[in-house]
Design a protein around this ligand. Structure first.
Ligand SMILES: [Ca+2]
Ligand SMILES: [Ca+2]
Length: 228
């Protein structure tokens, strides 16, 4: 009986210990989750004029600035049909403000960076690069590829194919290369052609864990090869 009592006492203490450790585990989990949520709320966009509310400022382009209906040009305005009369009546993605977006009549003959900018980054930190695209023409007339360029590399290539103009978001998550404090970014028209006509809006680059299903990818050859 004595032996069983000791065993019973031991089991009781063991159960209490497991309970304590379980509560500590839950508390740590809660604190970590709280930190994630705090990071999520304090997640500033590092792109200046990301919604084109300030017009044709804070970015460069391999296309020429012009609101005429001419291939190889871009225009910051509020509706597709303000660049080309034959383009659809379609407005910007940002829900507030001036409601500008970048209207692109792509390069008819060559690949071109249609939007470029630079961001200051912390080496080794995670980041997410994203933007919204709407196609001028339906997929029966144009299907084309855009590249997400980070530090001169095409980190993600997307195919734009829409039945009708529809704002669609694309994103890429990665790790800032070690030794790099300034990252050149670009959205690149991968090939030339008459049907490379689209809108861009709400471009974002931030260094926070904003996505619960965050899937880090390394940049080959210029950064960490160890995903988080
Ligand atoms: Ca906008
Ligand atoms: Ca065109």
């Amino acid at each position: 009986m004595k032996s069983l009592f000791y065993n019973g006492l031991f089991v009781q203490h063991l159960a209490q210990g497991v309970k304590v450790y379980f509560l500590i585990f839950l508390s740590i989990g809660f604190l970590l989750r709280k930190e994630d949520l705090n990071a999520q709320t304090a997640c500033p966009d590092l792109i200046v004029n990301e919604n084109f509310e300030s017009g044709s400022t804070s970015f460069t382009s391999g296309l020429l600035p012009s609101c005429a209906c001419t291939a190889g040009t871009y225009c910051v305005s509020t509706n597709f049909n303000l660049k080309c009369a034959g383009w659809p009546n379609f407005g910007d993605h940002t829900p507030t403000g001036v409601r500008n977006f970048l209207l692109v009549d792509g390069n008819a003959s060559a690949a071109t960076n249609v939007w470029t900018s630079n961001v200051s980054v912390t080496p080794g930190s995670p980041y997410t690069f994203s933007f919204w695209v709407a196609s001028v023409y339906p997929s029966s007339q144009q299907v084309f590829d855009l590249g997400m360029m980070v530090n001169g590399q095409n980190v993600k290539q997307i195919t734009v194919s829409q039945v009708s103009p529809s704002w669609t978001q694309y994103s890429f998550s990665g790790i800032c290369p070690y030794g790099v404090t300034n990252l050149p970014l670009a959205i690149r028209q991968i090939s030339g052609g008459g049907f490379r006509d689209f809108g861009l809006d709400d471009i974002s680059f931030n260094s926070c864990r904003c996505d619960a299903a965050f899937n880090f990818q390394s940049i080959n050859g210029c950064g960490s090869t160890h995903p988080f």
